[in-house]
Design a protein around this ligand. Structure first.
Ligand code: AMP
Ligand code: MG
Length: 322
């Protein structure tokens, strides 16, 4: 398991608001570089939740850029020059993420890895790079330099030093697979919270939809600025407050980068939540909308037919699709 930075302890951007069922049981583990909790509501088989955590670990070993043993790391090490064949699961996820990269014109950018590594985000060595380093690294984040071969299921990079980063889609993707695992095992109602990426499976046992709180970026954990109701849907939030570092002169740098500039995104959105039954899409779009700013974000949400809640710097809440 990766180092858990102090910043992760303030990341639960979305918190499930419990409706007080006596049968609720919550299990928490550090996984996927964050705090993950699963709440189940009936007397399920006692192996069910440990099975879900094991599944999460297994999937993380496919897509984690920071795990040298992951399948994605294998691709990142070897794809310059040589096509690398990948598993069907990873290939599908990369293809999906590539499509969203193209559609959002790189606001969500599958090829952002070299910039993320330069800033040390998630690797435990965060630092503000020089402008020259950023300028050079921007050469390596063009998704058009990734060659995806549909016949061969292979990936190739056209430039040395390129890296695919699936961190902005991984938790959504995993939450959806864990939700299917619960369904397949007869569990109808559960809350799967992967570091603030929530999948609300089924309904509250009382019969009403789940109510999910949206973390106020300026409040203590558990301080909400709004809530959304959902059933069999993911609520995925991107916010600069989730993960950041402060350099010597007090400047705060957060972890969501704008691949046009190479710097943390400075759009007018401070929190971007997407609600959809496609959790993988929700995760990608939450990042894309955060980077794009409110005007484009509304268009993106409408185009994909997802629900969205955006909080802007001036304190306005924008709701789409409700
Ligand atoms: P999220 O919290 O889902 O918005 O994802 C943020 C994580 O995705 C960061 O920690 C980076 O590893 C990576 N990332 C940062 N900026 C972007 C971006 N513009 N597009 C795709 N991934 C990004
Ligand atoms: Mg995301």
């Amino acid at each position: 398991m990766k180092r858990i930075s102090i910043f992760f302890l303030i990341i639960l951007s979305l918190l499930f608001i419990s409706c007080g069922s006596n049968e609720a049981r919550t299990f928490t583990e550090l996984s996927l570089n964050t705090i993950c909790s699963i709440t189940v509501y009936t007397d399920e088989d006692e192996d069910l939740v440990p099975g879900a955590f094991a599944l999460m670990q297994e999937l993380s070993q496919m897509i984690d850029m920071y795990d040298p043993g992951s399948e994605l790391s294998e691709v990142n090490r070897a794809a310059y020059g040589n096509p690398v064949k990948v598993s069907d699961e990873l290939f599908s996820l990369i293809e999906y993420a590539y499509d969203i990269t193209v559609d959002t014109d790189g606001a969500f950018n599958i090829a952002i890895g070299p910039l993320v590594r330069l800033w040390g985000i998630g690797g435990g060595d965060e630092k503000r790079p020089s402008d020259e380093e950023i300028e050079e690294t921007l050469e390596l984040v063009d998704w058009k330099d990734i060659v995806i071969d549909e016949q061969e299921h292979s990936i190739r990079f056209l430039k040395e030093g390129m890296l695919i980063d699936l961190s902005a889609v991984g938790k959504g993707y995993i939450s959806e697979i864990v939700a299917s695992y619960f369904r397949d095992n007869g569990a109808e109602n559960a809350i799967i919270n992967l570091g603030g990426n929530v999948y609300a499976l089924g309904r509250h046992p009382g019969g009403r939809p789940w109510k999910i709180g949206l973390q106020n970026p300026d409040s203590e954990r558990g301080g909400y600025y709004s809530t959304v109701e959902c059933t069999d849907e993911a609520v995925v939030t991107s916010g600069g407050y989730e993960r950041f570092f402060i350099d010597e002169d007090g400047t705060v740098y957060h972890h969501i980068l704008d691949s046009d500039t190479g710097y943390p995104s400075s759009s007018d959105i401070i929190s971007s939540s997407i609600i959809s039954n496609d959790a993988t899409l929700a995760d990608m779009l939450s990042t894309a909308c955060f980077v794009s700013g409110s005007e484009k974000a509304v268009t993106i949400a409408e185009y994909y037919g997802v629900k969205a809640v955006f909080l802007t710097k001036d304190g306005s809440e924008i709701r789409v699709g409700f």
